[in-house]
Design a protein around this ligand. Structure first.
Ligand code: MN
Length: 240
């Protein structure tokens, strides 16, 4: 059993080089394994499954080819693409999974998360998250025209880019207490997430003294980032 993980690909027609790298990843690295987990922010923005954008259609097809070839593809929402719904999942052959989700492999359990819910020092973002993750808000939003939704997404993206520039290094990262509370509650000692764009392997101890590890996937800007888990263990890798 071999499983690969990626997150924060931030696919957009504006960055064809990243799309090409991701499509090649789907063929080469993900094409050879049993399962692929996409842990959020696959897209730079997602305004609804009814989006008739050509680029979205292309990504759907690429994922479909992979899932049709027998690779199980799992998709978790990120803060950019939390509106991906059942229609996209069915068309692309992906299975939507909750955040957090548990995965057991080789006698170990890893907890999977996008990671944005753990950035609890960023109060403003957590307020925004609460609002847009509300089913009522989503229902109202999806009832708007595609043009209105696209305009909102553009605005949210610009605001977020501006806001991130003003953030200190600390508030943009996960909160260690939130990490430990989640891991202790879920009784796991291994957490894998993305979102922060700070690829790393962090070793620490939980309050009960148990040795724990937090693996952070990188974003796909200058290069790709993935985690591979096979019989030899779990590895964070860069794709050049
Ligand atoms: Mn994110």
């Amino acid at each position: 059993m071999v499983v690969v993980f990626a997150s924060d690909v931030h696919l957009t027609p504006e960055r064809p080089d990243i799309s090409e790298r991701f499509f090649s990843f789907l063929e080469k690295q993900a094409g050879q394994v049993d399962a692929l987990y996409l842990l959020g922010d696959l897209f730079e923005a997602w305004v609804g499954d009814d989006d008739d954008d050509e680029f979205a259609e292309l990504v759907k097809q690429k994922l479909r080819v992979l899932s049709d070839s027998g690779v199980a593809v799992y998709l978790m929402h990120g803060n950019r693409d939390f509106l991906i719904g059942k229609q996209f999942a069915a068309a692309s052959g992906c299975q939507l999974i909750d955040d957090p989700a548990r995965l057991e492999l080789y006698g170990e359990t890893v907890l999977l998360s996008h990671g944005d819910a753990l950035c609890t020092d960023d109060f403003e973002y957590q307020e925004f998250r609460k609002e847009v993750r509300d089913p009522q808000w989503q229902k109202r939003f999806l009832a708007k025209s595609l043009a209105e939704r696209r305009a909102f997404a553009r605005q949210a993206r610009d605001a977020s880019a501006h806001y991130q520039q003003q953030q200190s290094a600390e508030t943009g990262d996960v909160n260690q207490q939130a990490v430990e509370t989640l891991m202790t509650g879920q009784q796991v000692s291994l957490l894998l997430h993305g979102h922060t764009h700070r690829p790393a392997v962090h070793d620490f101890k939980l309050q009960n003294g148990v040795a724990a590890q937090r693996i952070v996937l990188g974003a796909w800007y200058e290069q790709g980032s993935m985690v591979r888990w096979d019989k030899n263990g779990i590895q964070l890798l860069q794709l050049n």
